[in-house]
Design a protein around this ligand. Structure first.
Ligand code: PHB
Length: 395
């Protein structure tokens, strides 16, 4: 290279370095916006409040700057109306220029948003909704909460070994309930159980009484229940009102029914109830004790449930992904950074399946007990690192 060419090359390199560092500075100054869409009005308000509280607690504990970029959480209420969730997602992307969408308390809300995240290439962190199919609806969906059909694995095996061999299933009549019914029936039968009847209850304003009566008439040893977070109170109230708690018929289910947020309000009728789930406020780890104490302090009168932990760990995913990309918010880079991520959550060890973007986590079998004046789901068995059985069966 001649002297002149070298000088030109050096000048070009220098100007490139200047513009790159200017770009770096602009990036640092640019806020990363996260749009959190949850129900904060209507019957599923507690779900939205839990997710919001979990996400905000994570930010409070870890600061609002990641990889040199300030994080701003924009919270929107969809009132559990899927069309609203979709419109809010569009507005957050187009007007607010959010880098990430998060929240999604119920399945229809997550599904309505999936085409938007796919089209805009914006990561969609599903913190609550649990139906298996959700993560297949957009390559930008990553799940931080739970996958419904995985939740039954513990109780389906525990029940037949403990004198509950003839069971009626009673599930909320929408996608996660159908997933859970199917996986419970398969696992329970494989473990030697017999299904006497299968019932589905409408999601909106459910009246469980007639279903409980029909279930009782079938004379099972147990009733297996799935209801979404928050609906356990009414189910348990109607169970007790009909005297089923004294009938010898055991109630079992996924832990959605004995959600930590409402369990104390349900009262003694819940004592002894066995469920399987991925999170308990009583999970005996130092990380969980610290999480529960901080959550209660930041949200007086509330106790964290599985929606709260979905919000908390969802923010962890976003923060750690941003660290890995050096603050870059390109959707493909963020999702690539999230795939395979593994960490110790207050619920126990968890990871993101790199193939499915779904959560892999322990499922615990728990029994409701009184501990220090409060009701808790006390874990007594662990099924480690459970993957979505529906996706596993498709392979
Ligand atoms: C859901 O809609 O996917 C859902 C909501 C609440 C639950 C479980 C599943 O507790």
């Amino acid at each position: 290279m001649s002297g002149g060419k070298i000088r030109i090359a050096a000048a070009l390199a220098a100007s490139l370095a200047v513009s790159l560092s200017a770009a770096g500075q602009a990036l640092a100054q640019q806020t990363v916006k996260v749009g959190l869409i949850v129900p904060l009005t209507g019957p599923f308000t507690p779900t939205g409040r839990q997710i919001e509280a979990g996400a905000k607690l994570y930010m409070q504990q870890h600061g609002d700057t990641v990889a040199g970029r300030k994080i701003e959480l924009i919270v929107r209420d969809d009132g559990n109306v899927a069309d609203t969730t979709k419109r809010l997602a569009q507005e957050l992307i187009v007007n607010d220029k959010v880098a990430v969408l998060a929240g999604f308390g119920l399945t229809p809300l997550a599904l309505a948003t999936a085409p938007i995240s796919a089209q805009a290439k914006v990561p969609q962190i599903v913190m609550g909704a649990a139906t298996s199919i959700i993560t297949e609806r957009s390559p930008y969906i990553v799940r931080s909460g739970m996958v419904a059909p995985a939740l039954t694995v513990g109780v389906a095996q525990w029940a037949p070994k403990n004198g509950i061999k003839r069971v009626v299933t009673l599930v909320s009549d929408y996608a996660p309930g159908i997933d859970i019914e199917k996986s419970f029936v398969e696992q329970f039968k494989a473990a030697g159980g017999e299904i006497v009847a299968q019932m589905r209850v409408p999601l909106a304003n459910p009246d469980f009484a007639p279903f409980l009566q029909k279930a009782r008439d079938a004379k099972p040893q147990g009733i297996f229940v799935f209801v979404p977070a928050g609906q356990g109170s009414i189910l348990m109230k109607q169970f007790a009102e009909r005297g089923l708690d004294k009938s010898g018929i055991r109630l079992i289910g996924t832990g959605d029914m004995t959600d930590d947020d409402i369990l104390n309000g349900i009262g003694d009728v819940a004592l002894g109830l066995v469920t399987s789930h991925h999170y308990s406020a009583a999970h005996p780890s130092a990380a969980n004790k610290a999480f529960v104490a901080a959550f209660k302090k930041a949200n007086p009168g509330m106790r964290p449930n599985f929606m709260g932990i979905g919000g908390y760990d969802g923010m962890h995913l976003i923060y750690e992904a941003l660290k890995k990309t050096g603050g870059a918010t390109d959707g493909d880079k963020l999702v690539a950074a999230m795939k395979g991520m593994a960490w110790e959550s207050p619920r126990g060890p968890i990871s993101i399946d790199p193939e499915t973007r779904d959560i892999v986590q322990n499922i615990y079998v728990r029994k409701v007990e009184r501990v220090g004046g409060e009701l808790y789901n006390v874990e007594f068995e662990t099924v480690p690192a459970v993957k979505d059985p529906v996706k596993a069966a498709k392979k």
